[in-house]
Design a binder for this molecule. Structure first.
Ligand code: NAP
Length: 438
């Protein structure tokens, strides 16, 4: 086959942070890509909002349009790369592209978390691939790893640090002893946090990625209401210090796993204590890492840049290389390994873990015994207790308990009773402790 004459004509929707990276790096590595795929990967048209905006990359003005539909209507274009972000417009764009029989590559976790089921069904129906490597953990090839390299495994669990901004903030709180708002300010100054970092801070950016990993591992798109998501905004320096003295670090952790003994699955995101002896605890700053446990392979770990122009464009380009190879080999491919739709969501109340509980209690004898009585009545064991000496005379002092494995429902019931005690203040912190054993 005369492969050198093959061309993959790319319609790029979005020339922002990631879109510019894709454009730049396709040019940078064009010879490598041509050798490896047998095709020349070339951006032929680009959709943007503002054609007059100054760009990081040198693009001829004739390539630009403000109508993404122009890319879809162009019969010369083979594949659409969606990097406009958001969900509604991106949903329309991807739907239109698939209906027009054009392969789609997207890095958009928000649109997949909201409309993934519909989009994948459409991709199957149209026999037109939809790829999304860049949507989870940026440059880390976790989608390919799960769907291809680990295809022979049942996925027991995935634990992921999958939001760089939150990880940066928690790392700085831990290592530099600064407060949440100081660390957020730093992240903004260094360009690690968006002007509006709410999806990073409230956990939903990681929540969207966890939903995608849940689908990839178990074939089921959980609805946002079936997923428990908590962000890092309530984490205090005090909690970071107590976690440290117990031998743990606090990380915003995505948990995607199958319940032992049945097919129910849990997908959740929350700031959690993880043992300092586990390798995930050393993932610092804006880096991401994903630990996947397969029933055949055992433990695996993927580490790298979870965002940023170059790292994310590497993931987009890997999808484009797949599209090119499929085109050359005339393989109809839906861009994912289909799974049976098995597994239902495990209700939050039934999810099991250890817990960290920080209370504020009246400094008087017998308080700990009354609390231990309640946890005992609920069948929850106490693993350790910290009751620091007050630095100065104070009516209330902190009391930190590490609780044994219990369901969230049981812990919530016990906590309600504890908070009803006269000597316990209502202000408290309850975090999960993840042992990351499977
Ligand atoms: N940034 C990262 O590190 C990262 C990592 C992983 C995944 N992602 C995902 O990648 C996607 C893009 O992110 P980004 O950071 O590159 O965003 P961005 O910098 O805001 O860029 C968005 C681009 O889309 C264009 N655009 C927006 N709405 C449009 C519309 N209706 N029609 C045509 N063009 C439109 C904008 O045009 P103008 O330039 O004219 O305004 C801009 O070029 C998002 O889904 C994001 O979640 C990003």
């Amino acid at each position: 086959m005369e492969t050198s004459s093959k061309q993959l004509r790319i319609g790029l929707a979005g020339l922002g942070n990631v879109g510019s990276g894709v454009y730049k790096n396709l040019l940078l590595n064009r010879h490598i890509l041509q050798d490896r795929t047998g095709a020349h990967l070339q951006v032929t048209r680009i959709a943007v909002r503002d054609p007059n905006r100054k760009r990081d990359v040198d693009v001829s003005p004739e390539m630009l349009t403000t109508e993404w539909r122009d890319l879809i209507d162009d019969p010369q274009i083979d594949v659409i790369v969606e990097l406009i972000g958001g969900d509604d417009e991106a949903f329309k764009l991807i739907t239109a592209a698939l209906k027009a029989g054009k392969a789609v590559v997207t890095g958009n976790k928000a649109v997949l978390a909201k409309h993934g089921k519909q989009l994948i069904e459409l991709s199957e129906k149209q026999n037109t691939p939809l790829y999304c490597e860049a949507a989870v953990a940026g440059g880390i090839p976790i989608i390919k790893a799960v769907k291809e390299a680990l295809v022979g495994n049942r996925i027991d669990s995935i634990y992921g640090i999958i939001n760089g901004t939150s990880n940066y903030i928690l790392t700085r709180m831990t290592k530099a002893g600064i407060s949440f708002s100081e660390a957020l300010g730093e992240a903004r100054d260094k360009g690690f946090a968006e002007a509006d970092p709410s999806l990073d801070i409230n956990g939903w950016d990681a929540g969207h990625k966890a939903i995608i990993l849940g689908w990839l591992s178990y074939g089921r798109w959980l609805k946002p209401e079936e997923v428990s998501v908590n962000g890092i905004e309530t984490i205090s320096s005090e909690d970071v210090t107590f976690a440290d003295s117990l031998g743990y670090e606090i990380k915003l952790l995505g948990v995607i796993r199958q319940n032992q003994g049945d097919e129910r699955i849990e997908v959740r995101v929350a700031p959690s204590l993880i043992p300092r002896t586990h390798i995930l605890s050393s993932v610092d700053g804006v880096f991401n890492a994903v630990a996947v446990h397969g029933n055949v392979v055992g433990e695996t770990l993927f580490y790298g840049s979870g965002a940023g122009q170059d790292a994310t464009s590497s993931a987009v380009i890997s999808d484009l290389a797949d599209v090119a190879e499929n085109l050359i080999n005339e393989v109809g491919c839906t861009g994912f390994v289909p799974h049976g739709d098995y597994g239902v969501a495990l209700p939050l109340e039934e999810t099991l873990s250890q817990y960290y509980l920080r209370l504020s209690v009246v400094d008087e004898p017998g308080v700990l015994a009354r609390i231990a009585n309640i946890t005992g009545e609920n069948g929850i064991g106490i693993l350790s207790v910290i009751q620091p000496e007050p630095k100065e005379p104070s009516e209330h002092i902190p009391l930190v308990l590490l609780l044994h494995d219990a369901t969230y429902g049981t812990v919530s019931t016990a906590l309600k009773a504890v908070l009803a005690l006269e000597s316990v203040e209502s202000e408290h912190t309850l975090l999960r402790v993840e042992t990351l054993e499977r």
